[in-house]
Design a protein around this ligand. Structure first.
Ligand SMILES: Cc1cc2nc3c(=O)[nH]c(=O)nc-3n(C[C@H](O)[C@H](O)[C@H](O)COP(=O)(O)OP(=O)(O)OC[C@H]3O[C@@H](n4cnc5c(N)ncnc54)[C@H](O)[C@@H]3O)c2cc1C
Length: 248
């Protein structure tokens, strides 16, 4: 019997499995590897200080997540991971017209406030003109302005996920490929089944990304997690791509 059964091996489930295994718990992670899982598609931008200052809950979560990375990276190094896919490449938020430049100025003030308030994971925030933006990122078309956030990071989702899973395995976790279903019995206990076979666990964690709500529904648990379509495009730019290439 596992202490923790994690459903989903994207970045969230892998992180749960890693942290639980490091805490000494017996962990089983099961992943179905669906096409379209978000971790392989995400741009991986870890940019505290980007926001409008209005969503306190979101901003606090982003700040705490960014602050956690140095500790996480130290733990992964301790567990033998040399390339977990984390690069402090900075960020440029582009204004393509004057109206967007005005909006960005507000975002820039929020970024400076965040910096002043000691939000970690950001070294410097400054509005720059189009020429400076192109110096920082030569392939850029002419733009009126940009917000430059120096020192913010980007992660390679697949690299980080794999590092977390390997780290969890080194700490004793079992990682399986399979399809988990949940059932609730008459006494309201939850039972998990991997490919139809019961898998007893003290605690079940649903980290199934866009598939979480249907899993919750199987046991009468409403989970307000909805799929949202997104696209990112990644270019290799010799002038800007750090050695090692953060593109996987
Ligand atoms: C285009 C795009 C750009 C993005 N950019 C950013 C960004 O810049 N910064 C940022 O922070 N976030 C970004 N995101 C969001 C981020 O990628 C996601 O929030 C994150 O990857 C979600 O991870 P997850 O583990 O919850 O889900 P997923 O990666 O989707 O993993 C869920 C896993 O659960 C498995 N699963 C589902 N049901 C079951 C089951 N019943 N049994 C077993 N396994 C199951 C699936 O097969 C899948 O492997 C972006 C997303 C997209 C699509």
């Amino acid at each position: 019997m596992s202490d923790v059964l994690v459903i989903g091996g994207g970045i969230v489930g892998s992180s749960v499995a890693y942290h639980a295994a490091r805490a000494g718990l017996g962990v089983t992670l099961v992943d179905r590897r669906d096409e379209g899982h978000a971790t392989a598609a995400g741009a991986g931008i870890i940019a505290p200080g980007v926001g409008d200052g209005e969503s306190d809950g979101h901003n606090a979560l982003v700040a705490q997540a960014a602050a956690h990375y140095p500790r996480l990276l130290a733990h992964l190094t301790e567990d033998g991971e040399e390339e977990p896919g984390y690069w402090r490449v900075g960020a440029l938020v582009i204004a393509t017209n004057e109206a967007e430049a005005d909006f960005l100025a507000g975002a820039g003030r929020f970024a400076e406030e965040s910096l002043g308030a000691g939000v970690p994971g950001i070294d410097r925030a400054a509005m720059v003109d189009g020429a400076v933006a192109r110096e920082l990122f030569p392939p850029l078309a002419p733009v009126p302005a940009a917000l430059h956030l120096a020192g913010t990071a980007r992660i390679g989702g697949r690299l980080m996920r794999d590092a977390l899973q390997r780290g969890a395995q080194r700490r004793g976790a079992t990682i399986l490929r399979g399809d988990v279903a949940l059932r609730r019995d008459d006494r309201r206990s939850v039972h998990a089944f991997i490919d139809g076979r019961q898998a007893p666990a003290e605690t079940v964690v649903i980290a199934a990304g866009a598939w979480s709500a249907p899993l919750g529904a199987e046991i009468g648990l409403p989970l307000p997690v909805f799929p949202q379509r997104g696209r990112s495009r990644i270019w290799r730019c010799p002038a800007t791509t750090p050695t090692g290439g953060p593109w996987s």
